[in-house]
Design a protein around this ligand. Structure first.
Ligand SMILES: [Zn+2]
Ligand SMILES: [Zn+2]
Length: 170
């Protein structure tokens, strides 16, 4: 695995070619159904954007997606990417992640295990982590407040190991 990869928590089937095809088909179907309800179609560009997020090894911002997609499809525009990501979020396939400069990044959410993020304010690296204990504490707090949670996002901002090595006094 690429040591620079940030997006690391995947279901096993995402890494096996035969099962991957099925997975892709079911994700495309979810997206297509959501688009259909809005009277929209799964265009080639919308599919390209979803596939780019499925293949991404990093959490990607609109600009990064735009620059990488533009290489294979010069007709793609930032506005299309922006709107497509909104549509993908609406149907739960993609989630928003914060970043050190306030510009949102995005990641595939479909079938990936719940996780949270540590965000380096120096180099921007986003580390995925899971903490079952933290989730349990949180569930308790939610119950005590009679609150019904729909989703949550933990983001811890700080300095990653590599940046601390470079600048130990942070
Ligand atoms: Zn860093
Ligand atoms: Zn993530």
């Amino acid at each position: 695995m690429n040591p620079k990869a940030e997006v690391i928590l995947f279901p096993k089937h995402a890494r096996q070619p035969r099962q991957f095809r099925q997975w892709l088909a079911s994700i495309l179907q979810t997206f297509q159904e959501h688009l259909g309800r809005q009277g929209l179609k799964l265009t080639r560009q919308r599919e390209e954007i979803l596939r780019a997020l499925m293949a991404a090894e990093r959490h990607l911002g609109i600009d990064e997606l735009y620059l990488s997609l533009k290489r294979q499809d010069p007709s793609i525009g930032r506005a299309t990417i922006f709107r497509t990501i909104k549509l993908l979020q609406e149907c739960g396939l993609v989630a928003e992640v914060g970043s050190s400069n306030g510009r949102s990044k995005f990641e595939l959410k479909a079938d990936r295990p719940h996780h949270d993020h540590m965000i380096c304010v120096e180099c921007g690296r986003i580390t995925e982590f899971q903490s079952p204990m933290m989730e349990r504490f949180q569930d308790g707090a939610i119950r005590r407040h009679g609150f019904v949670a729909l989703w949550h996002r933990h983001e811890i901002f700080g300095r990653c190991r590599d940046c601390l090595k470079r600048r130990p006094r942070g």
